[in-house]
Write a protein that binds this ligand. Sequence first.
Ligand code: HEM
Length: 532
Amino acid sequence: MLVRLEAFIVSFIAVANAYIWPSLQLDALEAARFDQQGFNANFLTGFIQPCDTFQFGSDTGRANAADWIRTIGFCLVFPHWGYLFTKAYHDMATHNSTDGTGGLDASIRFAEEQVRAENAGDGFDNTMTLIFLLAIVNRYISIADNIALAALIAIENWGPEIAFRGGRADAAVPNAPSVPESQQDLASHIASFARQGFTQEEMIGLVACGHTFGGVQHDFFPDIVNVLNDTSDTEDVAHFATTFVTFDNNVALEYISGTTQNPLVVGFNNTTNSNKRIFGSNGNATMLSCVFQFVERIPHRCHAGSPIRSTSMPPPAQICSARMLDTVPNNVTLTNVITPLPVKPSNVELILDGNTLQLWGQVRQLLIPLSLWNMTEDPTRTVSMLWDDHIGGTGNATLGFAGLSSFTGGKYSAVWYGFNATSPLSFLSLDAIAGVTSLSFVVDNELEDQDGLGFAPQDGFMFSQMSCLFGDPVVRNGVNPTRVYLEQSITDSVQRVSVSEIDIVPPSEPIAANAAYSLWSINITEATTSYA
Ligand code: HEM
């Protein structure tokens, strides 16, 4: 088993497409995707909560995760883990595979979409509130990327690793109404999923996946669910499966065994029994496949089109996650699949302080199967950083343990080291005249230098140590830039982030900051705005 795990992690890490550091966009997406828990963790994952907890009230019978499932796809419950979210089904369902519009573009954030009958309920608003409160949205990570990340985190906490691409664009306006509704007939649903890009079998798998969790609320669907008069279910939610807060195959098992209480299968209103029509539309073949996968304890979701007990099934997340996550408008180009850098500098920043360069940062080292190293720092390990400078010199420093992080539901961990050995969140002092051209790391006597390229921090432009609110911009002599500017993130009226540029005035006469750097000047009026 350990051998298999090791083989897996090696292949996971070594998958093609690993990028060269630094890349502002890929660094940000890689961090959001792999720094999930612990040191330097992505805030988004903080809202993984037990699936039977409802964060917007104390009502029973309701699960916050179910709102996420409808908006973001599914909530998957892993032992001792809580909410695990996947795809934005209602967001994605607007995709039109013929004209290339719609898809996972965060258009579900618009009130105009949320008030439509096809998006009945309050879950969408709750979901977007959490995204806006907790997720990092910037020029490199869109709202839609965050929705996809939440989906991915959900799936990965439950089981298989999902290929993640970034670069989704947030819609500027709501998409056309197009989410399927329960009262529609089978032909409409087949046509609707075909428009979204899914076959009939894929439709069955997708609906069964989504409806492993949660249920139908009387308040919003009185034509489907009656008042339940159940003190343990004050929101009158008729659940799709008995295990409505766990992600399992009971929705299929109970359907096939004839014991289901799924309100969209055995509801009193046959017109809205859409799950019955969909599940049975290919003679139950797909639903049977879900049951057999469950019985055999294959950690795969039911998915479409695969013969029962097939050994050549597509990866479980292919349809239930990756396909949906990557369903975006045609004019959006996603990045390559983002794989983790085995060694990655992070939060690297240079600040000029007199004749000293403060080099801030940490390095994340390796991604280790937890079963092998069990989330503890190895006290015998030594990690050091080497650097080259502008005058042909080199330097080295031992780094200090800073913390641990994990991802993929805690299956893999990473160890962080600070550039300052004794105070890992502080800086390392370098000679400003010599500067720094390249970093590399030595981990247990192994050189990590991106196959000889090194990790190149830029020391051509930086701020000097702050004397008041802002430090002065300084430019390294000999760099001779034609233009130096700051980038300012701007959030527009529909929460999309873009960038504006603010030129920094070159000095008419060189104003020496020291022998290596000259002062430039800038007039910043908005003290609360952040610049890059
Ligand atoms: C023909 C397609 C579908 C129809 C007609 C349909 C219909 C419904 C309805 C009427 C509800 C009750 C909502 C509420 O009470 O607030 C619901 C809940 C839900 N649906 Fe679907 N659905 C479909 C497909 C999907 C898909 C593909 C997914 C996920 C990939 C999904 C995920 C969910 C989840 C998680 C809930 C539970 C929400 C909660 O408990 O608050 N559905 N669906």
